[in-house]
Design a protein around this ligand. Structure first.
Ligand SMILES: Cc1ncc(COP(=O)(O)O)c(C=O)c1O
Length: 437
């Protein structure tokens, strides 16, 4: 790069950062203060032309990496044909076909889809559907869950106290019970975590009355709250409890869905079928799209016109999403996520013996978290180390993120089509960063 062009790029970078700092709301927390230029494949590039292996994927969203040719072609073709319809005007091919294909990834009887624009909207829709279709008011959710930032979704979100703080009053008749978190509270004993959560749930139902409960909403693996997979036995018993009381079970698959955990959907690990599934993030590889899928009879009880959206199910986003599904299915990417997840897990597990600051390695498939602690005995979270590790990994060309209220869980969100070589590269950088202090 000539020196004049170099100066121009540096100016543009400084300008984007300074202008952003001046005009963008400070409410948005940022992991990095870097200025980005573009993405290609599994790399993000900053404005200085530095490449970063992108295992952050826009928080589990660019699941096929950047500039995927099939997605780009689908977006271009649909943009040329029609940008926007508003689905209240009728039917259009990419939207109807995506609904059909999406339903086909789910077990019976989950066969009817409502499209929104985001994860929060999908949760919002699920709460509305559950209340109206059941005629019951109460909603139960789990401690540490993240379901989104709009009022309904926020009311069931407790992954950080900062999210609800000062935003009340929230939705009434929302009840929170402990997530079956084994590491921090029970030293890894999943059976104990399962028993305590179920017991709390039973006691809550005695208080609230099961016949008043519309739905229980759960992430099969806690996302923002700390990458904690629910024990499979817990999910099975939760399904049975819902069946006993006629309560709808809503699986928030916004982060766990679409192959992330090594199965198409996170609930599949437990062999259960929820009553409603919420999806978003990766389904259109970065274009805004969310979906709630439930059986047709439930949607019918929701009632015509009870819900809607101007932009939801945008044709360009749906065309992109069709290309994503075709690629996942055509290239066997769920199996790849499982295999690469095993590889990554083995590599991370191997680090535990050398580094006492790693308290726990956990998760399913390519949704793995490394919990950093000050002391393995006390399990005291080391958030400073979490922040430092992702900053140093970025300096070394690897993008990872943290999660959990103390930022002490380093989360790995590689794209589903990641290669074995890239996993080794990421592990190598992580290992060197940890070894350096
Ligand atoms: C499990 C889960 N549900 C819901 C949401 C909200 O999604 P969105 O940010 O698209 O509203 C998120 C976002 O991180 C999530 O991880």
């Amino acid at each position: 790069m000539g020196s004049e062009a170099g100066t121009h790029v540096a100016d543009a970078a400084a300008d984007a950062r300074e202008t952003g700092r001046r005009f963008l709301s400070p409410v948005m927390a940022r992991y990095f203060e870097r200025t980005w230029s573009h993405g290609r494949g599994h790399h993000l590039y900053d404005v200085d032309g530095r490449a970063y292996l992108d295992f952050a994927t826009g928080i589990a969203t660019t699941i096929l990496g950047h500039g995927h040719p099939a997605v780009t072609a689908a977006v271009h073709a649909q943009a040329d044909r029609l940008l926007h319809l508003m689905n209240g005007l009728g039917y259009i091919e990419p939207v109807s076909r995506l609904a059909e294909r999406l339903a086909a990834t789910l077990p019976e009887p989950l066969d009817a889809v409502f499209f929104g624009n985001s994860g929060a909207e999908a949760i919002e829709a699920a709460i509305k559907l559950a209340r109206r279709a059941s005629g019951r008011p109460a909603i139960i959710a789990f401690e540490g869950a993240f379901h989104g930032r709009t009022y309904g979704a926020l009311s069931v979100t407790t992954s950080s106290p900062n999210y609800q703080l000062g935003h009340g009053p929230l939705l009434p008749d929302v009840h929170i019970v402990p997530y079956p978190e084994a590491y921090r509270r029970f030293g890894g004993d999943e059976a104990a975590a399962t028993a305590v959560s179920l017991d709390a749930l039973e006691r809550l139902l005695d208080e609230v009355e099961p016949s008043r409960v519309a739905a229980i909403v759960i992430e099969p693996e806690l996302g923002e709250g700390g990458y904690v997979p629910a024990p499979l036995e817990f999910l099975r018993r939760l399904r049975a409890l819902c069946d006993r009381h006629g309560i709808l079970l809503i699986s928030d698959e916004v982060q766990t869905g679409y192959g992330r955990t090594g199965r198409m959907w996170g609930f599949e690990h437990a062999g259960i079928v929820p009553d409603a599934v919420c999806a978003a993030k990766g389904i259109a590889n970065g274009l805004p799209l969310g979906a709630i899928v439930a059986r047709r009879e439930l949607h019918e009880r929701w009632g015509r016109g009870a819900h809607g959206s101007t932009f939801g199910g945008n044709p360009v986003a749906c065309a992109a999403a069709l290309a994503v599904l075709e690629t996942i299915e055509g290239e066997g990417l769920v199996a790849n996520a499982a295999a690469r997840g095993d590889q990554l897990r083995a590599g991370l597990d191997a680090l535990v013996a050398h580094d006492a600051r790693i308290g726990d390695v956990r998760g399913r498939g390519l949704m793995l978290g490394v919990e950093l602690v000050r002391d393995r005995e006390t399990r005291e979270p080391d958030g400073e180390l979490g922040d430092a590790v992702i900053a140093r990994c970025a300096d070394a060309g690897l993008l990872l993120l943290t999660c959990g209220p103390a930022h002490n869980i380093v989360r790995w969100l590689a794209p589903l089509d990641v290669s074995a070589v890239e996993i080794d590269e990421g592990l190598g950088i992580f290992e060197r960063v940890l070894a350096a202090g």
